[in-house]
Ligand binder design. Structure first.
Ligand code: HEC
Ligand code: HEC
Length: 348
């Protein structure tokens, strides 16, 4: 192969990077010595109990019914789309699409977020327009673009399936098959979908080898120089807030649609970073396909957009190696696969 000037330049850069890497290895922070602090452990370890509302405490019957409904495409007008079509457990409870594809193969404006750890979230959706999982679950069923199934048609359809009638009675005795019951059961199932231990959690619990050295250095950068914790804080790596991080999107005002406060123009919900390696593409509009692209976005302090950039968005001046360490840390937040049995849906 003949080497053009470009290839030569690339080779020189590679050598430069390799030399930098070698000198870094003798640098100040030897990652092997990085141990979680007491503060890290209290901040990031999973809380003992899953938060649940007093009027819909989780029971095995409720979770089971919710699971059936979540996977049942008969909840859609076409009998073809279930919640799991867009929140697919094999794809980190998302769909791998930049933005979701709904009823009639129509493309929606926003990407499908994971439902993992939504139990820990106070407001739902990229703009936070729903206040609970119970309320949220009914939204997509009736939404013309998503599942397009009017409730007055769905309830008789479910009532015609004897197994479902029994399951509703076991989950919500005396309440029959109702709209509220559907929302509550699905919410109960979703609350059971909680992140399992990742390498990061095992490291917090004292297994030093559970995270790679680059990932350990990445955690330091995440908390320190890059200040990702300003928004991605706590066990779920979310402050449950809304921020404009400088994504150009002239069609979507985000949180401003719900609350007409100027600073909320272009602000979107801080998503969890748990299992984030499984849920590309990223952002409300799916504009980034890799975590490296996301980190590069933050490194340049975001891009110009029509709204009010968060004061926590500034160029970070991270080296290439530091950016890679951050990506390794994000990958270390991937939990073990959930032990989940798939429901055998009742036939009508
Ligand atoms: C056609 C794809 C599609 C289907 C079907 C669908 N969703 Fe979603 N889901 C989305 C999209 C897109 C969003 C974000 C929409 C927004 O922010 O406006 C979302 C948001 C959510 C959220 C909020 C998550 C968060 O982090 O804020 C939950 C919970 C959820 N969906 C559960 C469900 C349930 C339960 C069903 C079935 C009853 C369902 N979805 C059906 C695409 C879908
Ligand atoms: C000012 C608050 C803020 C800071 C600081 C911040 N983030 Fe975010 N992050 C967000 C918000 C809000 C979104 C969603 C934005 C959107 O889709 O419009 C997001 C999205 C992401 C996503 C995509 C997740 C997904 O499911 O699509 C990743 C990954 C991410 N951030 C990592 C980081 C890292 C790494 C840092 C530090 C370099 C960081 N964030 C700093 C608020 C912040």
């Amino acid at each position: 192969m003949k080497m053009g000037p470009f290839a030569v330049k690339k080779l020189t850069t590679q050598i430069a990077v390799a030399v930098m890497g070698a000198s870094m290895a003798f640098g100040v922070i030897a990652a092997g010595t990085l141990k979680p602090s007491e503060e890290d452990i209290t901040k990031y370890l999973r809380p003992a109990a899953v938060p649940q509302p007093a009027d819909n405490m989780m029971t095995p019957e409720r979770i089971e019914l919710g699971k059936f409904l979540f996977f049942d495409p008969r909840l859609s007008g076409s009998n073809f789309i279930s919640c799991a079509t867009c929140h697919n457990p094999s794809m980190g409870w998302s769909d791998g699409q930049p933005t979701a594809i709904g009823h009639g193969m129509g493309q929606l404006a926003r990407s499908s977020p994971t439902i993992l750890n939504t139990a820990y979230q106070s407001l739902m959706m990229w703009d936070g327009r729903f206040r609970s999982l119970e309320e949220q679950a009914l939204g997509p069923i009736e939404d013309g673009g998503e599942m397009a199934q009017p409730m007055h048609e769905l309830i008789p359809e479910i009532k015609a399936i004897p197994k479902y009638v029994q399951m509703f009675e076991a989950a919500y005795p005396g309440e029959g098959v109702s709209k509220e019951g559907i929302g509550k059961a699905i919410a109960s199932f979703e609350r059971s979908i909680v992140a399992t231990d990742s390498g990061f959690d095992r490291w917090l619990k004292g297994v030093d080898t559970a995270m790679s050295d680059p990932a350990k250095r990445g955690f330091e950068i995440f908390k320190g120089k890059a200040n990702c914790v300003a928004c991605h804080s706590g066990f779920n790596f979310s402050d449950n807030g809304f921020h404009n991080i400088g994504l150009p999107d002239s069609k979507d005002d985000g949180r401003y649609r719900v609350k007409k406060v100027a600073v909320l123009k272009g602000a979107f919900k801080t998503p969890t970073l748990r299992d984030v390696a499984l849920t590309a593409p990223y952002m409300h509009n799916g504009q980034y396909s890799t975590l490296a692209d996301v980190v590069a976005h933050y490194n340049r302090g975001g891009d110009k957009n029509p709204g009010h950039l968060s004061p926590n968005m500034k160029p970070l001046n991270l080296s290439k190696a530091e950016q890679q360490d951050l990506v390794e840390f994000l990958k270390a937040l991937t939990g073990d696969p959930l032990a989940l049995t798939f429901p055998q849906l009742p036939v009508n």
